[in-house]
Design a protein around this ligand. Structure first.
Ligand code: BG6
Length: 474
């Protein structure tokens, strides 16, 4: 008897890369587009809100994908991408967010983009809302705290579903919908620090988003019976800092804070553990019977981003020290971190895949993962500029090996799209020097540079990963 477990990626595994409109397109007001919350966060998610947007900031031109997408798609095609995750900037379609008629120029742009991808057999995965709420909906309505946004979102979703139904099969509703707890302006257009915002206001906004997301699933399935529509969460899992049972309970509490969002999407109703949380925090929500019916429209798959894991502790002192870190999480003494202090944990990805699959029994899609690092452009052997990014290759290799392990564990994984396959503007810090790409973009933090593209060493490595369906991973 041969007891060797086969470790391989399924034949139809969807390899590719992932991007977001506000971090790549630029052309901030071109062809009728309106401002978004991303334009109002020039220094990134945790920076000051600037309304109206500042005169100069990197996302305004980003990497000029709006004009250079043909060149970039060609390079993705050369790497053999099966899929490319993009987001539609809602404000290209409805510039203020509340118009009745869509902006044809915006619609046409994404038509052209999808057609270009098709030339290289690259399937789009489209996020409806990736941290780019039309700023008009913040100024005129107070962002997602206002129930009216459900209707505006429904209108937007139905316009793009009808328009692209023959071009797009995979859809995601809200990017990292759970991160709104830590960055409320970025996620829901609500101003103020998370701890200062009234929790009833915040959870009411979250409820509106969850309802809008389920509504999009409903109308999406009506318009496109073949479509696969998923939710998207930030998937970094919690570990207990010690085996102290109190840490264990704290881990569950923190995990639930995040998983609540996916639970609603998958189960079609609020999980019972939230009752106690709402009661103890005096959170009063307006949830109508109609909302409850809408929430029953559940997703086809669960997608998530994975960059790191976190530790939970019941020790108050340690928690206070951790404040200000990413998600105010306690450091794990067993892990190394990136130049931006994000803890590298490839095995945590296998754990997350197993955790989510055990919980949901739905196909999973890793729609973001990667290493943000400073790169140095050098002359390569053939005289062309390149980056010798062995550190990135190692990071991605180690994570993909763990994805393969999870598949061998029995987890159903649809695909993997690495974050920022071409260098883009960072979301959390608004910088350019934090680079994720297989393709280097000549632009610096002062906004200077030619915007020229150069292949890094990882370009050919990832091409080989896709060509061999992961067989070259070590
Ligand atoms: C995710 C976001 O949080 O992480 C992306 O969905 C973001 O928009 C990515 O870019 C990486 O974060 P950062 O801050 O390095 O750009």
């Amino acid at each position: 008897m041969n007891n060797t477990v086969r470790k391989e990626f399924p034949e139809n595994f969807l390899w590719g890369g992932a991007t977001a409109a506000n971090q790549i397109e630029g052309a901030a007001l071109e062809d009728g587009k309106g401002w978004t919350t991303a334009d109002a966060l020039p220094d990134g998610v945790f920076g000051e809100v600037s309304i109206p947007p500042r005169e100069k900031y990197l996302k305004k031109d980003a990497i000029d994908f709006y004009h250079r997408y043909k060149e970039d798609i060609k390079l993705f095609g050369e790497m053999g991408f099966k899929v490319l995750r993009i987001s539609i900037a809602w404000s290209r379609i409805f510039p203020n967010g509340d118009e009745i008629e869509p902006n044809e120029k915006g619609l046409k742009y994404y038509d052209d983009l999808f057609d270009e991808m098709k030339k290289y057999n690259i399937e789009p995965i489209v996020t409806l809302s990736h941290y780019e709420l039309p700023l008009g909906l913040v100024i005129d309505y107070g962002g997602w705290s206002n129930r009216k946004l459900i209707k505006f979102f429904e209108r937007y979703a139905s316009v793009v579903f009808k328009r692209y139904k023959d071009k797009v099969k995979y859809w995601l509703t809200f990017n990292e919908i759970n991160v709104v707890l830590h960055a409320p302006f970025n996620g829901a257009g609500i101003q103020g620090k998370p701890e200062e915002i009234n929790k009833s206001v915040l959870y009411q906004a979250i409820h509106h988003q969850l309802t809008a997301s389920a509504l999009a699933v409903k109308i999406g399935h009506e318009i496109m019976p073949q479509a696969m529509i998923g939710c998207m969460i930030e998937g970094g899992p919690m570990y207990p800092l010690t085996p102290n049972p109190k840490d264990m309970l704290e881990m569950i509490r923190k995990d639930r804070e995040s998983l609540f969002f996916a639970d609603v999407h998958v189960r079609g109703k609020y999980p019972s553990y939230m009752n106690r949380y709402f009661m103890e925090n005096d959170i009063k929500l307006n949830i109508t019977n109609e909302d409850k019916e809408i929430l029953k429209n559940t997703v086809d798959f669960v997608s998530f981003s994975y960059y790191m894991s976190y530790c939970a502790t019941a020790d108050e002192e340690l928690n206070i020290q951790a404040k200000g870190n990413i998600l105010s999480a306690v450091k794990n003494p067993y892990l190394e971190e990136t130049e931006w202090g994000w803890q590298k944990d490839p095995e945590g990805l296998r754990y997350t895949l197993n955790l989510l699959y055990d919980r949901y029994q739905l196909p999973l899609f890793i729609v973001e993962n990667g290493l943000g690092a400073k790169d140095e452009l050098v002359k390569g052997e053939n005289g062309d500029f390149t980056v010798i990014d062995d550190y990135r290759i190692k990071y991605l290799n180690d994570h993909l090996v763990q994805v393969r392990e999870a598949i061998a564990d029995g987890v159903e994984v649809m695909g993997y799209t690495s974050w920022g396959p071409i260098d883009i503007v960072s979301n959390s810090t608004g910088e350019m020097r934090k680079r994720y790409g297989f393709i280097y973009v000549d632009r610096n933090d002062n906004g200077e540079g030619s915007f020229n593209r150069y292949k890094k060493k990882s370009f050919n490595w990832y091409k080989e990963v896709i060509r061999t369906n992961g067989e070259n991973l070590k």
